[in-house]
Ligand binder design. Structure first.
Ligand code: AP5
Ligand code: MG
Length: 213
């Protein structure tokens, strides 16, 4: 089961991808999480990616495509995976299609979590994340048991640097110009599904499960 999650920044891709990965026993691969971990650990990739994340633009395709193509060749991806935040441009989608076609494969489900821009700022300004285990919370919609502390691993939660209002607007602009065209791309590939992402976490999850089962 090869799944990709599409949707604007803050639509809930990461939140749902984690739940799906757990339910179906497949790895959750978030390019955003991979870049943030590399920035935190000050790797070469992290140094190259940092400026793009800070300003809310996309990391160049040449730094992103090979990273994902190599990752999905790992043994743990043999039964499938869920890609969260990749592909984000037409060239990334083409690179993925080409890599999968080598073994006669293709993406099975592209899921667009649809949330209007007007809801996004509220979602992202209340988001708190764990940079250690990747868990995501919201101060009102999905609070941790103890304020500021990750339920899963006990690490202190942080407000992402790119969740400032001016960067959120930049990320939304980038989404509409560069990532939204993928909806048409996967529609033509015959695997595009859309869910209404404005409902509760549980309702959105139930609609995605109904598509996958
Ligand atoms: P990335 O980390 O992928 O960020 P994003 O796409 O902007 O998406 P987010 O992680 O902000 O949102 P989400 O949809 O995962 O929402 P979440 O579940 O957290 O990328 C960051 C940066 O990395 C990019 O800007 C770029 O620079 C770079 N990058 C990454 N991939 C790249 C690529 N392929 N190519 C080039 N560059 C790349 O939910 C948001 C909040 O809402 C949370 O607080 C959550 O608790 C809450 N929430 C979720 N669902 C609901 C609900 N149903 N009701 C109420 N609240 C909800
Ligand atoms: Mg995310």
């Amino acid at each position: 089961m090869r799944i990709i999650m599409l949707g604007a920044p803050g639509a809930g891709k990461g939140t749902q991808a984690k739940m799906i990965a757990e339910k179906f026993g497949i790895p959750h691969i978030s390019t955003g999480d991979i870049f943030r971990a590399n920035i935190k650990n000050q790797t070469e990739l992290g140094k190259k990616a940092k400026a793009y994340l800070d300003e809310g633009t996309l990391v160049p395709d040449e730094l992103t495509c090979d990273l994902v193509v190599d990752r999905i060749a790992n043994e743990d991806c043999a039964k499938g995976y869920i890609l969260d935040g990749f592909p984000r441009t037409i060239p990334q989608a083409e690179a993925l299609t080409k890599a999968l076609a080598k073994d006669g494969g293709a993406i099975d489900y592209a899921i667009d979590v649809d949330v209007p821009d007007s809801d996004i700022v509220r979602r992202l300004s209340g988001r708190r994340v764990c940079l250690k285990c990747g868990a995501t919370y919201h101060t009102s919609f999905n609070p941790p048991r103890e304020e500021g502390i990750c339920d899963s691993c006990g690490e202190a939660l942080v407000h992402r640097d790119d969740d400032k209002p001016e960067t959120i607007q930049k990320r939304l602009d980038v989404y509409h110009s560069q990532t939204q065209p993928l909806i048409e791309y996967y529609h033509e590939a015959g695997c595009m599904y859309k869910v209404d992402g404005t409902r509760s976490l549980e309702e959105v999850f139930a609609s995605i499960c109904a598509i996958l089962e």
